[in-house]
Design a protein around this ligand. Structure first.
Ligand code: NAD
Ligand code: LMR
Length: 341
């Protein structure tokens, strides 16, 4: 199992690389960045776990060495926000970085699972897809926008609100939509954990709104607290590792692994049609990409667990309607960036 991290020297890249080096599921870890990767890989190779680490820089053969034969490519390369910025403000800078990385992935590892962390995720995922389409190698089953941090935050925030009566490590709140502000729609009203739903139902509407708002704007909380030095890195490394580990387990044949991700709806992935029908029936804005729980398998995304859409309450439906109209613009921006429209 070869995993490549592109942007490996950054705030997310370094702790993510550490977690991957600690994982018994990883055999080879290749670290690509513009700076520091030889030092980081030398450091990580002193850890007595199995994965062999190699560092690559942006020289002639950097991408080829880092990406060739990779099973997973995790991309946290790019610029993070400062206070007062939206994720969309990162579009021009990170769009160029991501399209260049996608060109190289299409060339050196067209069959790898690509996990996109770089913001704005609602647009960068479409950029990767368009570049892959241009090269005739796009496989929607293998492209993942990383939205796991929104799920992780939802678990943490409702647990904190319950004063730890709900144990965060026992929760699995689903979050649908996209990854920025109002495109993030946490679903607290429906969950297999009945204590969670009971607790949520016991909140008054102001408390519910505050909780949902905190999940939607959780990123801003960290950006403000870091005072201009960056955005979430450690919680993101944890979240990116969680998704990567689940994809690897599914490749290794473990069954019934369900994880949420921002994925393309246009493939022949089971459940895509039902999601589109749901959106049409409700009269919501159509989208080509959405974050939903998906079942993972050796081929990547096996199916979309769309049933969640039939179980959300009317407030969550309204939030989803707002989310989809914003999402559609974010996605078009990414598509047009590559198509040159
Ligand atoms: P950072 O500045 O600490 O690290 C980014 C790294 O990318 C740097 O080491 C930089 O050298 C590298 N880089 C820049 N251009 C590159 C290129 N062309 N090729 C290879 N590497 C390149 O930033 P960070 O805090 O690690 O955040 C990275 C990105 O992740 C940001 O866009 C941020 O908004 C995003 N992010 C996303 C989520 C999410 O939930 N999806 C969460 C947190 C942060
Ligand atoms: C987050 O949700 O923490 C990330 O998307 C980073 C950001 O800019 O908020």
């Amino acid at each position: 199992m070869k995993v490549a991290v592109v942007g490996a020297a950054g705030g997310i890249g370094q702790p993510l690389s550490l977690l991957l080096k600690l994982s018994p599921l990883v055999d080879e870890l290749s670290l690509y960045d513009l700076f520091h990767t030889p030092g980081i890989s030398a450091d990580l190779n002193h850890i007595d776990t199995g994965a062999k680490v190699a560092g690559y820089l942006a020289d002639e053969n950097g991408f080829e060495g880092a990406l060739s034969n990779a099973d997973l490519v995790i991309i946290p390369a790019g610029v993070p926000r400062k206070p007062g910025m939206t994720r969309d403000d990162l579009f021009n800078l990170n769009g160029g970085i991501i399209s260049n990385i996608a060109e190289n992935c299409a060339r050196y590892c067209p069959n790898a699972n690509i996990l996109v962390i770089s913001n704005p995720v609602n647009s960068t995922v479409a950029i990767v897809a368009e570049v892959f389409k241009k090269h005739g190698v796009f496989n929607p089953r293998r492209l993942f926008g990383v939205t796991t941090l929104d799920l992780v935050r939802s678990n943490s925030f409702i647990s904190q609100l319950s004063k730890d009566k709900l144990k965060s490590n026992e929760l699995n709140v689903q979050v649908i939509g996209g990854h920025s502000g109002e495109t993030i729609v946490p679903i607290f009203s429906h969950n297999s954990n009945k204590s969670l739903v009971e607790f949520y139902n016991s909140l008054n509407s102001e408390q519910r709104d505050t909780l949902i708002h905190r999940v939607q704007f959780g990123g801003d909380e960290v950006v403000a607290a870091k005072k201009g030095t960056g955005s979430a890195t450690l919680s993101m490394a944890y979240s990116g590792f969680r998704l990567a580990e689940n994809i690897i387990k599914a490749i290794n044949g473990e069954e019934n692994i369900i994880e949420s991700s921002f994925i393309n709806l246009n493939g022949d992935i089971q459940g895509s049609r039902e999601v589109k029908n749901y959106i049409n029936t409700k009269g919501f804005t159509e989208v080509e990409y959405i974050s939903l729980p998906v079942k993972l398998g050796p081929r990547g995304v096996e199916s979309i667990e769309y049933d969640i859409l039939n179980n959300i309450n009317s407030n969550e439906e309204e939030l989803l309607s707002v989310a989809l109209s914003q999402l559609s613009n974010n996605i078009s921006k990414g598509v047009n960036f590559v198509r040159g429209a």
